[in-house]
Design a protein around this ligand. Structure first.
Ligand code: FES
Length: 95
């Protein structure tokens, strides 16, 4: 079972054990960390965070909230991205 850690810069905001099948936003809630959301369906980009290490699922095809370039910078969507294993997230978007 992985550990999901939420950071802002070098500061650890909170962490929680992996909850299989649950989104990053739900993990953040469990860790007492706030990730802003709006559409909760992968379209608006409000919940965009940066994947620092580990694995967070991506929609295929990419939803309007994401494009290839920003994904290559580490962007993931908190509302639909599901972490697996040990994951570190910066709660700010990559750009
Ligand atoms: S809340 Fe809109 S993309 Fe996640």
């Amino acid at each position: 079972m992985g550990l999901i850690r939420f950071l802002r810069g070098a500061k650890l905001l909170g962490q929680t054990n992996e909850i299989p099948g649950k989104s990053l936003v739900e993990h953040a809630h469990a860790a007492n960390v706030d990730i802003p959301t709006n559409c909760t369906s992968g379209n608006c980009g409000s919940c965009m965070v940066t994947l620092l290490s580990g694995d967070v699922s991506l929609p295929d095809p990419l939803t309007p909230g994401l494009d290839e370039e920003i994904v290559s910078e580490g962007a993931r969507l908190g509302c639909i991205g599901v972490p697996s294993g040990d994951v570190e997230i910066d709660i700010l978007p990559p750009i």
